[in-house]
Design a protein around this ligand. Structure first.
Ligand SMILES: [Zn+2]
Length: 90
């Protein structure tokens, strides 16, 4: 379990590493997914993600941040996602 502050710090670290900017971050209970992003730069995460392990959190964070660059789940998206995740942030 991490705090919202810890989680947001992690998102900031990743956004710096990816060179992707976001405007706002929100927490809201979601039924079918863990996170979403809007074209206006707003990230939303289900607060339950705070209870998941860091690998899971990273997967979700990098996934959403990369959508600001790639608006699909294509080959390029998947390749870059897995490259960044294998590098890690810590
Ligand atoms: Zn996606």
């Amino acid at each position: 379990m991490v705090t919202k502050e810890d989680f947001i710090e992690r998102v900031e670290k990743w956004s710096a590493k990816l060179g992707v900017e976001y405007k706002e971050i929100h927490f809201r209970q979601m039924k079918t997914k863990w996170a979403s992003c809007s074209t206006r730069g707003r990230l939303t995460f289900d607060p339950d993600i705070l209870t998941r392990n860091l690998d899971f959190q990273d997967k979700s964070i990098v996934h959403e941040l990369l959508h600001f660059r790639y608006h699909n789940h294509g080959k390029m998206f998947k390749q870059i996602l897995s490259t960044y995740l294998s590098e890690g942030i810590d």
